[in-house]
Write a protein that binds this ligand. Structure first.
Ligand code: SF4
Length: 96
């Protein structure tokens, strides 16, 4: 398995503390529970956090129902996170 963490290529959750200019700046995010690919790292806070000069990566993914999930890790080359009904969710999710 390629051990490189997949990049978060884009995220439009502009209310998230890790987000600026449609980019995630958390070192490693976690996606989902067993069925829903929501961003688990997202949260609203009074100030922005993360590493501004760094693009976020996917540290772990718990969505076993995704075709790209291998041993609870994301095997994609990179993901896109988008707001779905007020929640940031992985848009790269693929149904098995
Ligand atoms: S991917 Fe998750 S942690 Fe990163 S900016 Fe988007 S909602 Fe926030």
């Amino acid at each position: 398995m390629d051990m490189k963490m997949p990049a978060v290529n884009q995220c439009n959750a502009d209310q998230c503390a890790y987000n600026s200019d449609n980019q995630c700046h958390a070192i490693a995010i976690t996606i989902g529970d067993e069925n829903n690919p929501l961003c688990d790292t997202a949260f609203k806070y009074s100030t922005k956090g993360g590493v501004p000069e760094l693009a976020g990566s996917v540290g772990a993914c718990k969505v076993t129902s995704c075709k790209l999930n291998k041993s609870l890790e994301c095997s994609s080359g990179g993901i896109e996170v988008k707001m779905h009904s007020n929640n940031p969710a992985c848009n790269t999710f693929q149904t098995k």
